[in-house]
Design a binder for this molecule. Sequence first.
Ligand code: TRP
Length: 378
Amino acid sequence: MSSDEFVVTPWHVEGDIDYDKLIKQFGTQKISNDLLSKLQKITGEDHFMLRRGVFFSHRDLNLILENFEKGKEFFLYTGRGPSGHTHIGHLIPWVFAKWLQDKFNVNMYFQLTDDEKFFAKQDLSLDQTTNFALENALDFIALGFKPDKTKIIINTKHIKTLYPIAAQVAKKINFSNTKAVFGFTNETNVGMIFYTSLQSAPCFIENKQVLIPLGVDQDPHFRITRDIAQKINKTKPALIHNIMIPSLLGPGGKMSASDEKSTIYTTDSPEVVKKKINKYAFSGGQSDIDEHRKIGGNPDIDVSYQYLRIFFERDDSKLKKIYDDYKSGKMLTGELKSILIEKINKFLLVHQQKRQEARKNIDDYTVSYKHLRAHETE
Ligand code: TRP
């Protein structure tokens, strides 16, 4: 693969992603300034992830907002494939979803696809992915979603709720569709081939339009869902896409939950965070201090700077000062890294406490069959 090539699929992300090109490839819409102003007008807030282009693309978000203004409610849905502990990159769409829930006061569904990760990963047992699903659920709850408006769905546990909807979807997807979208072959296991139907099911769990905040790598599933929605008399899901958070090791690829070195887990201790950032975080600095003072660093490729921009430094003026000082050579790589380490550890201190508390109230969030009767109204 040459340096200007990249791959983005739900199971594989590689290369230096050109997001404008990706918008064209996937056929999504860039979030325009008009749409940003509209969101700001309705929510009364200019969210930093929107302002900084962390969420950069969408499908039908304009429709969601137009309908909302006419008094028509929507609901939220996102998910996670539990292949390991949660890492900080996963929190991005969830933090944003929590903000949307607060602003619009709507229901939220969170799907944990323990079956998917079992199908996709050779080295994981179903017990392991189900255990990770429960662990990941704690991170989700820790972010403060409203218990009375939020439901967590674990595929292998709540299949009874999902299956009647998945069956409707599955009947309208044929093998050549999924093959074309995902590149499946004759050797692909049939769990994978069916899987898009299960990821689609929560889109139709209520008889309202859904808005899905998600990493852009997940778009292909919902392209299929959107294609079949009308065939089962449902509204197409609307999507809002975030960029992939870079791996600690540098540009090209998202963080992978299966590679220790490339990832900060929400369960990491302060010492581990410090060690990982100092040792592995890809730096845009020069090889020695004199050079760095003279030429300056490159914040645009520096992973520590990017983490501050994407998540950990919410204050624009502080962020700009870091950018300028690093670029001019006034700030050294070690100084930049220590700012990030402090930010992450401060965040994790609180998050890990809430995560422990979540062990007690996880049942408040688990979906109950009674709660979900939308498909029975058919
Ligand atoms: N397939 C997703 C993953 O591997 C998990 C998922 C299920 C999801 N439903 C979703 C992600 C809805 C985003 C939106 O992470």
